[in-house]
Structures are given as C-alpha cells and as structure tokens.
Write a new protein. Structure first.
Length: 185
C-alpha cells in the first residue's frame, strides 16, 4: 500500500457543555429549519468543550496546523463588533495523567466582524494554529479544549447575538497511511 501524497487530515471529536447551571447551552433551531444546534448566548459566559483523539496518520513530532470553529450567528453583527473566546487546551498522551485545568495552555481569541457577515450563514474561524505536540505524544493521545465565550462582566465581547456551534475540527499533517499495528503505535 502506498500513501501518496502526504497532506493534512481532519481531527473530529465530541463537543459538549456543562449539564447544569448558568453556563448551560441554549439548544434551539437554526432559524425556522427544524434543525437544532447549541448556542453560546449573549450576556452570559457560556462555554463548550471539545475532545478529539489524535489521528494515527499524524506525523510525529509535529504540530496541529489549525483549529477551526464552524459557526453561525443569530443576527448580523455590526462592523467592529467582537466575540471573545477564552480557550485552554491540553494534550494527554497514553499513560499520562490528565492535567488540572490550571495547567492547560491558554489561547485567548477575539473575532472582529467586518459587518458583512449575515445571520444564519455557515462561517469558519481558525482560532489557533501551530500547536506543538508534546515530546511524549502518542498516536492515540487525546486533545482537550475548553472554550468560554466572554459575554458578561469585565472584558465582555460586544456582539449582542448568540453564537451557534455547527462543528469543530483540527487539521494535522499526515505522514503515513495509519497505524503500523492494530493497537496504538
């Protein structure tokens, strides 16, 4: 079997939220489509978390090229309005302890809108790039992300609508067809 050419692959995973409390997502349909998604609401500090297993085609040692959020907006933003995300991430190789959240790497990010964006359109934002894998990274490592929308309190964003979560993915360089054994080498 040949693997030609090397390129990039998507890492897909689970998106979740707090099961209770004020940071719980609003689950509502996209417009009048009858299709329901989760929304980070304006005026409260909602968060989501994402986890993915590192693909067996991932080149070691390497870095994740981009982390993408596919999203939609409940209303069209004005020029200059912002959404502020407070992001933290952690790599967890096999046989490694899952670190406490305070030891995760912070990646703050702000979307600034051009004012040309429309309500309920599919948008994509690459909010992190070149995330270097740790030296002990394994092919079945798990990557954890926690992302808070800072929409309340000091330093809050200025977009008054809700941010709808369509999908989340990461891109990594692929340097082979997959695992060399059926386990996790």
């Amino acid at each position: 079997m040949s693997f030609n050419p090397p390129g990039y692959t998507d890492l897909l995973g689970e998106i979740a939220t707090a099961p209770t409390g004020s940071a719980q997502w609003l689950t509502a349909q996209i417009g009048l489509t009858g299709f329901f998604i989760n929304w980070l609401q304006a005026g409260q500090n909602d968060f989501f978390q994402f986890k993915t297993q590192i693909d067996h085609r991932f080149g070691r040692p390497s870095s994740l090229a981009d982390i993408h959020l596919h999203y939609t907006l409940s209303s069209a933003p004005a020029v200059g309005q912002t959404i502020k995300l407070e992001i933290q991430f952690a790599w967890v190789p096999i046989n490694a302890a899952i670190p406490l959240i305070g030891a995760w790497t912070p990646v703050p990010y702000t979307f600034t809108f051009a004012g040309t964006e429309l309500a309920l359109q599919h948008n994509i934002e690459a909010f992190a790039s070149n995330i270097l894998a740790p030296a002990n990274q394994t092919y079945s490592s798990i990557l954890f992300f926690k992302c808070l929308r800072r929409s309340q309190g000091v330093g809050a964003d200025t977009y008054g609508g809700n941010l709808g979560l369509l999908y989340f993915d990461a891109h990594c360089a692929a340097d082979r067809a997959g695992s060399l054994t059926p386990i996790h080498d």
